[in-house]
Design a binder for this molecule. Structure first.
Ligand code: ZN
Length: 268
């Protein structure tokens, strides 16, 4: 029988390569203890010392703790949500000018359009200043929930909304650099102070020109995010190679430069 190829069949996307650091973490947490135990004749599990080979393997593999990558600064700007080495949930569909409905006296009414981009990420993910500047507003508004507003050095106003918490030291008048941690992703807002859970956690990010007009941040977000992905994937690939080769010293130096060390407020 003639074997036919199916040229119209869509090519299979490449499978994501598992990260070595994560794999080793999982092995340490789950697999290795069971590998290191055995069952005696009565079927009871006995724990024993790791074999010499397993011990050498464990000693030679540096393991990255779950961490966020340091901000990647491009032309003085940073993508406003940190990327992590353990979770890839970071999405920002272009919802600039999407219709906004509000429940007014029991009916949904079109009240305007979305004046920003929503960046979906896990609750607690660090929110980073895109542009250096001076903090202008911190605190609650009905729709934004807990928000930070920064007057950028470029004269524009940068809005970071729905935060679950604000970073210590982020107060009106504080100077922040590009990539500074402002707070953490949450889903506060659409209610009185403290109200949350009306929608999934995300950062509402907006840029208001000095003229008072909101501008579409989508193009700059796309540009900055692709730079973040390129640079963090490059660094992670090198880290994985160093880990596989057991080069702990070089791995530690690069890990320190690659991952953020955070002193974030506890909880959310
Ligand atoms: Zn939004």
């Amino acid at each position: 029988m003639l074997r036919r190829r199916h040229p119209s069949f869509p090519p299979r996307p490449p499978l994501p390569r598992p990260r070595l650091a994560l794999f080793v973490s999982v092995a340490l947490l789950a697999g290795v203890p069971s590998l290191l135990s055995s069952h005696d004749a009565a079927g009871q599990r006995r724990d024993r010392q790791p074999s010499a080979a397993a011990g050498r393997m464990l000693a030679s593999f540096p393991v990255a703790a779950p961490a966020y990558y340091r901000p990647v600064i491009v032309d003085g700007k940073a993508f406003p949500v940190a990327r992590s080495n353990f979770l890839s949930l970071l999405e920002f569909p272009n919802n600039w000018h999407a219709p906004r409905l509000r429940l007014i006296n029991g009916t949904w009414q079109l009240v305007g359009v979305h004046l920003g981009i929503d960046i979906i990420s896990e609750r607690g993910t660090p929110v980073l200043a895109m542009e250096r500047g001076v903090v202008e507003n911190v605190g609650w508004t009905f729709y934004s929930g807990t928000r930070v507003g920064v007057r950028g050095a470029d004269g524009r106003y940068y809005l970071y909304a729905h935060l679950s918490s604000v970073q210590r030291g982020i107060l009106p008048g504080a100077q922040v650099g590009a990539g500074a941690v402002l707070g953490r992703v949450g889903n506060t807002g659409y209610g009185p102070p403290g109200h949350r859970d009306e929608f999934p956690p995300h950062l509402h990010f907006g840029i208001e020109a000095a003229s008072g007009e909101w501008v579409n941040p989508y193009p700059i977000l796309v540009k900055l995010y692709s730079a973040v992905v390129a640079q963090t994937v490059r660094a992670q690939t090198i880290l994985d190679r160093l880990a596989a080769a057991g080069k702990r010293g070089a791995w530690g130096t690069l890990a320190g430069r690659t991952y953020m060390s955070l002193n974030l407020p506890g909880g959310e």
